[in-house]
Write a protein that binds this ligand. Sequence first.
Ligand SMILES: [Zn+2]
Length: 137
Amino acid sequence: MDCFFCTDEYKDYYQFITELKESIVLLNNEQTYEGRCALVTRKHATELFELEPQALSTYMAEVAQVARAVKEVFRADKINYYICGDIDQHLHMHIVPKYKGGCEWGQAFLMGGHEVFLSGKEYDELVEKIRAALSIP
Ligand SMILES: [Zn+2]
């Protein structure tokens, strides 16, 4: 299958954080919004309504769990939740921490145009912080 998330292609753009029951939790390499993550469904689907009700419920609970962890760890003022998938259609929710006075505060989150990349050690530190907030050893 020629899918960005079903193949290993996504690994060039994300750091692995953990696997939950219905999702894989990834840290975006692009970190204009410190702590920005995505939850990718474990099964290939393109729309929320394709998930079975129990899977949808669990997936949304996992989104909330990760959003809470990210908000606490990075002291974000608001989490933005973003699903588009025009290009990479495999269902994934972006968890975008927004900060008062920061990038695009008070505006829609725009996917493009940002170029904040970190070192491997810095990614590891962010991943560890999020894992700790999720109580994952
Ligand atoms: Zn897929």
